[in-house]
Design a protein around this ligand. Sequence first.
Ligand SMILES: Cc1ncc(C[n+]2csc(CCOP(=O)(O)OP(=O)(O)O)c2C)c(N)n1
Ligand code: SF4
Length: 303
Amino acid sequence: MVTVKDLAKMEDLLLKGNAACAGCPIGVALRTTLKALGRKTIMFVPACCTSVVQGIGPGAAISVPLFNTAFETAASVASGAAAAAEILGKDVTILAWAGDGGTYDIGLQAISGAAERGDNVLYICYNNQMYSNTGIQRSGATPLGAWTTTTWTGKTEHMKDMGMILIAHRVPYVAATSVGYPDDIYEKVKKAKEKKGFRYIDILAPCPPGWRFPSDMTIRLGRLAIETGFWLLYEYEDGELRFNGYTKLVAEGKREFKPVEEFLRLQDRFRHLFEPKRRDDILEEIQRWIKERFEWYLSLAKI
Ligand SMILES: Cc1ncc(C[n+]2csc(CCOP(=O)(O)OP(=O)(O)O)c2C)c(N)n1
Ligand code: SF4
């Protein structure tokens, strides 16, 4: 297993001095992904924060070839490139890299088509749970109760489960990970790289301006999300679902999830759940949903 120290020594294909906000999760998620994939990678990026972080030229922050696609087409453009690479006999990883808006909502149809056809694409969603590039609007990945500029009093629905949608497509590899664990991102991307067909990785990406927390807490929140069960670490590989990290310890009865309040309280997008009046109804529903979802995953892991 790679360590964070090992990662620090590897070649950086996302250059410093880019346009990301302080504490941006893309810095960790994309930097680590490119370390796992190496230079023989072509990226397909729809409209999202990464299309700003990449730079506008003539200088560029990303040191692999990159094609900007229309918002809804990252998966379909990547599918075309994968077909071309096969015909030309090129040994290259075709990487579609998108935010959750471009994945859970507007890009879903293209993803489903590529997954159903088994196109040779690695699709990674860095999931900051909202449309951040256009000013923090709600997406299908936004959790219940979260403030966004289009959910002023808190979102009234739970987040969509994109991993399960991909598992239902029976693709060779689906994984969920978090910016809190760069070593876990590296291992999962590396494994996905070696497989053929449509592969999907969902990286939880705490975003300081969107989630409203100080910029030195990105990693801490990425870990607390796992320790509270708000987000799970798992892999679905060759038809089997397996947990890892803290999620595995809970599944084996060696740890318990911490109360979700410990995660929610550190983010001002949830502040209205605590003041001026405590919203126990919503807090209890989030806690109940965490338990129910984990049991659902557990039952699949046993199959
Ligand atoms: C068809 C279309 N609709 C809307 C937009 C405007 N737009 C550009 S980026 C963006 C938000 C992207 O959100 P997400 O995919 O979650 O990535 P993030 O910004 O969070 O990195 C939107 C709505 C667009 N470029 N194209
Ligand atoms: S808004 Fe969030 S995801 Fe976008 S560049 Fe800033 S920190 Fe990164």
